[in-house]
Design a protein around this ligand. Sequence first.
Ligand code: PGA
Length: 245
Amino acid sequence: MQLKIFQSEEELDLAAAYSVAQVIIEKPHAKIGLATGQTPIGLYEKLFQLFEKGQVSFKQATSYNIDEYVGLDRDHPQSFYSFMKTHLFSNVDFTEGHMHIPNGAAPDLEAEAKRYEDLLNEAGQLDVQILSIGLNGHIGFNEPGSTLQAETHVVTLTQDTRQANSKAFPSPSDVPKQAITMGLGAMMKARKIVFIAKGGAKAAILKQAFKGPIDPLVPGSLLQLHPNLEVYLDAKTATLIADER
Ligand code: PGA
């Protein structure tokens, strides 16, 4: 794991964006795994700036989002598709039809999870996967549990996760109870993982994930096994793991 610590979130976002952009510059038809949440918003802003300056184009790239809420249409304001549209898809030059995200409104969710997994298998290997971690250690919506699944699946969200994500919804009870998430298999197979955490609140869970044993109760700990993991942290978030480097 390559640990990169930054004094400001701005510097972190730019460095992480460069790392993602580098993949696309070297391989214009790159396959990119995308994540949602508060954490990657700055990285997407920086990618937009690099695109505006003509330094990177997404025209030939294909994206695969790691998760989506069950029960929300693509165009629902709180869907992850809408999030991606706001923060990246509308701002850069992806080709229509090249941005993939599970369909949380599919009538048959198991069939949808299989369709998405088949799509990932067709893609073969993602060139870069952007990831963050939940306060409870989840990666995507792979929640802590006694077993972790490798393939795309339907998941029941924990109360912690629904609470943590409630800020984006009018009220906490509006947060969907289920989601479709990529399993850890496709993420772990990616050529490179660009992992980001910032703001300080994730310091304790990061210590468990990156300094503790590999444990399905801390899904992020599986990332320790990835051969090309770049970890971008701000100083506040790195406090509990930086000393022990
Ligand atoms: P956050 O979510 O970026 O909004 O903290 C991250 C996650 O739940 O994986």
